[in-house]
Design a binder for this molecule. Sequence first.
Ligand code: NAP
Length: 298
Amino acid sequence: MSEKKVIVVFGATGAQGGSVARALLKDPAFAVRAVTRDTTKPAAVELAGLGAQLVKVDLASQAEVEAALKGVYGTFLVTNFWEHFDKSKEVQQGKMVADLAKKLGLKHVVYSGLENVNRITGGKLTVLHFDGKGEVEEYFRTISVPMTSVRLPFYFENFISFFKPTKTGPDTYSVGLPMGDVPMDGMSVADLGPVVLSILKSREEFVGKDIGLSADRLTVVQYSEVMTRCLGKTFTDGKIPVEVYEKLDFSGAKEMANMFRFYHMNPDRDLALTRRLNPQVQSLEQWLKKNADAFKDL
Ligand code: NAP
């Protein structure tokens, strides 16, 4: 145990961190220190059962984060914009971890980043939950912390949560992604863990890289066709224009619309590298077949 490399996994009770913690726990080279604000919640208790060391840490507390990071080899960092919708908070949390990684001499940080869309577009487009992560990526580089950024695409899991297809009739559904005819990258967030494990195992190759992940790149018509083939119901492109989408009545509609505007710009996502990092990465079709039950009660 003492020879294992300890990795502090932020967001360990969530989708990204949970996948990363599970993958690392299966590998004898690593030990996991799992971060949560509540060590009694079921997701935390489950990780402890798999061998993780739980640490009660709030990203709001620098002292708690520093205590968790002391003496470890590396960390996986994900911050959750949707908890507060506040870019400055996400930037502050990310930079604080970067500063501590520098101070404590961590050997490798894998950061769940995204593009600084505002900078890339010269201020024409703002996507707060991307821009903040992009600023944090840049900060890690500026202060020379050995960091690899993984940029996740649209999770397939969004189709059973926030982006559930809408029922339009008996057994017919509309897929409401304002992408027009432009293909959009996607992957199962459950497939992130082995990707991060591969990156940690090949530090020399990946430090300093920003890796755009993707398991499938499909148009909305194609997403709908694969769903129809796999789920025994009929799915069609809802053909919602982004100008209509941004006026929908939910908080974050404008933010999401701007994300889709950025997706229209064809961000750099590398299907071949994703598959090299996780040879078991699931296509949409494989993921739908495995998760068909979750679509039974749409
Ligand atoms: P999630 O499943 O909702 O989990 C959120 C995690 O963050 C939980 O483990 C939670 O831990 C932890 N957390 C939140 N606030 C914290 C704090 N103050 N201190 C310590 N831990 C805290 O989220 P996720 O999907 O893994 O990650 C969300 C991020 O993914 C967002 O920033 C989003 O922009 C990004 N993303 C999403 C997609 C997508 O398609 N959905 C694609 C690319 C990127 P506890 O509650 O246990 O403390």
